[in-house]
Design a protein around this ligand. Structure first.
Ligand code: ZN
Length: 154
């Protein structure tokens, strides 16, 4: 969580307080922030409904951390199964729509005209949906001979 995420953090804490009927002091809210600030805000927000479903009293830091781990696992599971993320409509990458290939046009001397072409999309390294598809494809096609054991893609 970054300083600009404080509002979203405060909203999450407010929902937890509402759900557990507990009012935290400013000092404790600050203390929780101090101990949880390494958690990405999206993960923290996704942990809130998990906590609301699972705890009866206001959770201490280790319990919130465990829920954040659970939120992270759910996120990876969704990406791996290509399930749509309810927080985000559409593809992870709008340029390639998670195919990993960006459409374009290129001049081909031989034909004397421009043709459609594709090139690797810049999102590849950070796109969890594409990487999950890649994982499935890599498992489906096993390189043999001198390529055995080598990754098929970067
Ligand atoms: Zn892309």
């Amino acid at each position: 969580m970054k300083p600009e995420d404080e509002d979203r953090y405060a909203r999450g804490m407010a929902r937890l307080m509402l759900a557990t009927d507990k009012k935290l002091t400013e000092a404790r809210i600050d203390l929780y922030w101090e101990r949880l600030k390494d958690v990405p805000i999206e993960i923290f927000e996704e942990a809130i409904p998990i906590l609301i479903d699972q705890v009866a009293t206001f959770p201490r830091v280790p319990i919130i951390r465990r829920a954040c781990d659970e939120a992270e696992r759910r996120r990876q599971y969704r990406a791996a199964r290509y399930l749509p993320d309810p927080d985000r409509e559409g593809a992870f990458c709008s340029v390639c729509e998670d195919t990993g290939w960006k459409r374009g046009r290129m001049w081909v001397e031989l034909y004397g005209k421009e043709v459609d072409c594709v090139s690797p999309c810049a999102c590849r390294k950070g796109n969890p949906v594409w990487r999950a598809k890649l994982g499935a494809a890599t498992n489906a096609v096993k390189p043999e001979g001198r390529f055995a054991g080598r990754p098929l893609f970067d």
